[in-house]
Design a protein around this ligand. Structure first.
Ligand SMILES: *Cc1c(COP(=O)(O)O)cnc(C)c1O
Length: 363
């Protein structure tokens, strides 16, 4: 369970076969759609380039920034790379052409820039329509003129892809989703080209909107987009396992308080472990006492406050645990969704926030 390379206090292990398995599951969920694998934010903390290399069957990769896309090109990734924010100015537009990146067009300034600049080569674009998120995109009433301008531009590649992003797809049967889908379908009804609406949650919940391109992110990593379910329930495997060690094991007495703030007081004499993991590694400081932690593969519980480099664990379920024994904070055997629920956040944030102090290895 613990890799040979795990000689250090803490590490992240990325399971490449889990990524491959999850991609195959995604193809089963949406067999007829193209897949844009969303690997922004360092592939949700899993490693931008290594995740891209593990998914050669992805029809495209989605990233948030031009820098992420350039890093992929420099690593030899050949698939289309769609930059969710598009370009901001002429320098970025030129850069996108140089690296053959695909721009999400969400603002009239971008269209104006396209019209004013003589493009040295054709540019791939996705047109984003804002159907109710009120972040990026053209309102449906402005989308037609944006679409026409892109159609008319000789250096904009055809067919165009039109996309929208759903605000409430992680809440099943949310009426806002129905409204957004209707607005999108109405806006694009007569347009040629391709369509894309579905992130992970919508892929699972609404097969009728898989359309031409699906855009899964969190599912790739084996994590559920829904708060009340885990990735395991969809046949997925967690790709990231965060591990550490017991670096101290000790007996404490009834009435002793554990850690900063003396918030947790021992109800009886007990054995506790100190784990080489803290918020300095990306473990959430708000994880509450009772959060599950695997020690030697057995569930134990966090006690006391999370500090920067250390956490403490009740060893009631592992009475023979000793210094050096392996600890899993999330991943294989312990869904990150559970830890997120105990820390008042979502799995997305936890995997993204593992810090650079923690070495990453692939298996
Ligand atoms: C990040 C992102 C996705 C993927 O979302 P998941 O919930 O992780 O599947 C899809 N579309 C857009 C526009 C995104 O920014």
């Amino acid at each position: 369970m613990i890799p040979e390379t795990f000689k250090m206090r803490a590490c992240v292990q990325i399971d490449i076969s889990a990524l491959e398995h999850n991609f195959a599951q995604i193809k089963k969920i949406a067999p007829s759609a193209n897949v844009m694998a969303m690997i922004k934010a360092n592939a949700y903390g899993h490693g931008l380039v290594s995740v891209a290399k593990a998914l050669p069957q992805a029809n495209a990769f989605g990233v948030a920034t031009i820098d992420e896309a350039i890093a992929l090109r420099q690593a030899g990734i050949q698939q289309p790379l769609v930059v969710m924010s598009g370009f901001f100015d002429e320098a970025e537009l030129t850069c996108m052409l140089d690296y053959q990146l695909t721009a999400v067009i969400h603002h009239f300034d971008q269209i104006q820039l396209l019209q004013q600049t003589s493009l040295s080569s054709p540019l791939g674009v996705w047109l984003k329509i804002d159907t109710g998120m009120r972040r990026l995109g053209f309102l449906p009433e402005h989308a037609a003129s944006a679409h026409q301008a892109l159609l008319d531009h000789p250096q904009v590649k055809k067919p165009l892809v039109v996309m929208t992003h759903l605000a409430c797809s992680d809440q099943r049967n949310h009426p806002h989703t129905v409204t957004q889908i209707a607005q999108f379908n109405q806006a694009v009804a007569s347009w040629p080209g391709l369509r894309s609406l579905a992130c992970s949650a919508a892929m699972i919940d609404r097969p009728q909107i898989h359309a031409d391109w699906v855009r899964p992110g969190i599912l790739l990593y084996g994590i559920s987009p829904f708060a009340d379910q885990t990735g395991l329930m969809f046949g997925l495997k967690p790709a990231m396992t965060l591990m550490a060690r017991l670096i101290s094991v000790k007996e404490v007495c009834k009435g002793d308080s554990i850690g900063y703030g003396a918030t947790w007081v021992c109800p009886k004499d007990m054995k506790i472990g100190v784990v080489s993991m803290g918020y300095g590694d990306g473990y959430p400081r708000h994880a509450k006492s009772g959060t599950p932690i695997l020690v030697n593969g057995q569930r134990c519980t966090l006690i006391g406050r999370v500090s920067m480099d250390l956490i403490t664990v009740d060893l009631k379920n592992q009475p023979h645990a000793k210094r050096g024994d392996p600890v899993v904070l999330w991943g294989k055997g312990l869904p990150v969704e559970e830890i997120a629920a105990c820390a008042g956040t979502i799995g997305y944030e936890l995997v993204c926030k593992v810090t650079t102090r923690v070495p990453v290895s692939s298996v």
